[in-house]
Design a protein around this ligand. Sequence first.
Ligand code: B1M
Length: 212
Amino acid sequence: MAILEEISEMVQKGKAKDVVALVNKALDEGFAAQEILDKGLLKGMGELGVRFKNNEVFVPEVLIAARALNQGSAVLKAKLVEEGAKTIGTVVLATVAGDLHDIGKNLVRMMMEGVGLTVIDLGVDVPDDKIVEAVKEHSPDIVALSALLTTTMDQQSSVIKALQTAGLRDKVKVMVGGAPVTQSFCDTIGADGYTPDASTAAEMAKSLALAN
Ligand code: B1M
């Protein structure tokens, strides 16, 4: 079995140790980090997502797979950080309140760090006031928000309103993303930028930070 296909299989089986070993092996064999991510780790989670939707697997299996994916992507992150770049700006990053999904957010953090941004990662299920406090404390260039549920995407709008109320909205750019989020939603809620994936999010954040 080709190594990227094997990584995808091991993510789906939640075999974190095997995933880490295979990711290291793929790097040694000369595969690019992005290819390992897209065609190995994310392919595995995508396939598991379909089985989750069809009730063929359940929350525990998905959580174990998520842990395996996160450990595999940590190996890739080490590789990106090794290539190192000096900081070009600061991002406060969070998955919004009510939402526990962090795989996409973690990839966004990894890609942003890869282009030289400092990322303050507040984690998942982050209330609006905690994001406002972080903006006061760190004076970031950008607030980046992730939401994976149709029921939590409106929370991104709530964060923007909380920043307005605190008098901070004109001091930061707000980027939004996550599977249910679209450009039109971004425009409707008055965010400054939307991108569909982690690498374009990093590119946009870099441009916004450099323009600041
Ligand atoms: Co959940 N879940 N989940 N889940 N889960 C989805 C999202 C779902 C689509 C599955 C389905 O039914 N088909 C569905 C949402 C339906 C909807 O709202 N439309 C769903 C549901 C319903 C739920 C629960 C309600 C299930 C339940 O309990 N009955 C529950 C909610 C819990 C909560 O958050 N309050 C729940 C729970 C979970 C787990 C905890 C088991 C687990 C999360 C574990 C974790 O994150 N640590 C989980 C998972 C893993 C998934 C799926 C299978 C995979 C999500 C994922 O990580 N994808 C997902 C189905 C699917 O997507 N196929 C599903 C890989 C990740 C890389 O993609 O996060 O989209 P994503 O990130 C992308 C882009 O969106 C973008 O970049 C990334 C790629 O480059 N991006 C940004 C993300 N953030 C960005 C920010 C940006 C820019 C781009 O700028 C700031």
